[in-house]
Ligand binder design. Structure first.
Ligand SMILES: Cc1ncc(COP(=O)(O)O)c(C=O)c1O
Length: 356
C-alpha cells in the first residue's frame, strides 16, 4: 500500500493469473494453454516479420489481419477488430458499453474471474446470476433489466456451453444492452454466435488465438460485431494505446488463421483427448462437468480439491484450484497431450484410491 496510490488502486483486488512456474519442469495443465505448437506457417511468418521494419510502428488498425478474419467469418472489415489478447478487448468493452455507476451488468456467479475485476476497476455495478449445483446458469438470469450482459460461452472454469437457441433468446430480451459473448473456448465444441452478427446489433463476440491456435504467447484476440460496436472499441483503444498489436503478432496471427488444416487437426485432437480423459476420470470415481472446452472441471467425493491440487503439484503436475465458495472442491484441468494426460490420470486415480 502506498500513500500515492489512487482510490481505485487501493481498493482493487487484481486478477491472479495461473502460475507460470520457473522452479522445475511441470506437466502444465493450469492455464488452458494448447499443448501443441503453433502452426509452423505462423512461426515462419513471425520469423520473416522480425526484420528491419520493426523500427516502424505496426498498422494501428491491423487491417491485413482484420481482412483475414473478416474473410474467415464472412463479415465486412468494419465488423472486426483485433486486440492484445481477448482480455484487453474485454477490458475495452467496459468503458465502451457499460456506464460507471449505471444499471448493473449481469454475469454468472461462477464464470471467468476477470469479469468482477474489470467491473470494479471501471466502477461498473454488477449482479451475479446464481448457478445450480451442476453449474448451469438459468437463461432468465440474463433477461431482466440490466446495463449489459457478459457470458463466457463455453463457460470457464466449468466448460458448460449454452446452445445458440438460448443465446438468441438472451439477445432478443436485451435489445437495450450490449451482450458480450466471450468465446475463448468455442473452437473445442461450443456453438458460436459469430454467424448471428448481421442479425443482432447488440451482439459482440470476443475470441482469442491463445487457446485453439496455440498462440497464448503472441497475445492476439479479436472482436466481431456491428460496425458501431467495433467503432466504440476502437475509440477506447485510441484513447489509451494506438498500437496494441505488434508487427510480429499481426503477421503470425494472419498466417495462423490461414493455416486452417493445422487448426482443424489440433483442435480435433484436443477434443478426442478430452472425451477420453472424461471417461477415464469417471471410471476412477470423479465427477466431471460435461465440457465443451479444452479443460475439464472435476471433483472427487473422497479427495478434497485443495489436497489433490497440492499432491499433484508435488508429483510435478500443475492444475488450477480456485479457493472460492461452491467451487473450492473442484479442480480445473487443462487438456494436454495424450502422454501428459495419462500421467495425470494415473496420479489422480492413485491419490484418490488412497483417499488423499
Ligand atoms: C473465459 C476467458 N476469456 C478470456 C481469456 C483471455 O484470453 P487471452 O489470452 O486472449 O487474453 C481467458 C483465458 O484464460 C478465458 O478463460
Amino acid at each position: 500500500m502506498s500513500k500515492y496510490w489512487s482510490e481505485t488502486v487501493r481498493n482493487i483486488k487484481p486478477y491472479v493469473p495461473g502460475e507460470q512456474p520457473k522452479d522445475r519442469k511441470y506437466i502444465k495443465l493450469n492455464t488452458n494453454e494448447n499443448p501443441y505448437p503453433p502452426s509452423p506457417r505462423a512461426l515462419e511468418a513471425i520469423r520473416k516479420a522480425a526484420d528491419e521494419t520493426l523500427r516502424l510502428y505496426p498498422d494501428p488498425s491491423g487491417d491485413a489481419l482484420r481482412d483475414a478474419l473478416a474473410a474467415r467469418f464472412g463479415l465486412a472489415r468494419n465488423k472486426v477488430f483485433i486486440g492484445n489478447g481477448s482480455d484487453e478487448l474485454l477490458a475495452f468493452c467496459f468503458p465502451a458499453f457499460f456506464e460507471p455507476g449505471g444499471k448493473p451488468i449481469v454475469f454468472a456467479e461462477i464464470t471467468y474471474s476477470f469479469y468482477p475485476v474489470y467491473a470494479d476497476f471501471f466502477r461498473t455495478p454488477y449482479r451475479l446470476i446464481p448457478v445450480d449445483d451442476g453449474f448451469n446458469v438459468p437463461v432468465e438470469g440474463y433477461c431482466g433489466e440490466n446495463g449489459g450482459v457478459l457470458i463466457a460461452n463455453p463457460n470457464a472454469p466449468t466448460g458448460r456451453g449454452l446452445p445458440l437457441s438460448d443465446i438468441e433468446r438472451i439477445l432478443r430480451q436485451n435489445e437495450k444492452s450490449v451482450v458480450i459473448l466471450d468465446e475463448a473456448y468455442v473452437d473445442f465444441g461450443g456453438e458460436s454466435a459469430a454467424g448471428l452478427i448481421d442479425r443482432y446489433p447488440n451482439l459482440l463476440v470476443i475470441r482469442t488465438l491463445s487457446k485453439s491456435y496455440s498462440l497464448a504467447g503472441l497475445r492476439v484476440g479479436f472482436a466481431l460485431g456491428a460496425a458501431d460496436l467495433i467503432e466504440g472499441i476502437i475509440r477506447v483503444k485510441d484513447s489509451i494505446n494506438s498500437y496494441t498489436v505488434d508487427r510480429l503478432a499481426q503477421a503470425g496471427a494472419r498466417e495462423a488463421i490461414a493455416d486452417d488444416a493445422y487448426f482443424q487437426e489440433t483442435r480435433a485432437r484436443i477434443m478426442r483427448t478430452r472425451d477420453r480423459v472424461t471417461r477415464e476420470l469417471e471410471k476412477s470415481g470423479f465427477t466431471v462437468i460435461p465440457s465443451q472446452a479444452n479443460f475439464v472441471f472435476i471433483s472427487h467425493s473422497r479427495c478434497a480439491g485443495r489436497d489433490l491440487f497440492h499432491k499433484l503439484r508435488e508429483k510435478g503436475i500443475l492444475v488450477r484450484y480456485f479457493d472460492k465458495p461452491k467451487i473450492d472442491n473442484y479442480l480445473r484441468v487443462s487438456i494436454g497431450t495424450d502422454e501428459e494426460m495419462d500421467r495425470f490420470l494415473e496420479a489422480a486415480a492413485d491419490l484418490c484410491r488412497r483417499g488423499t
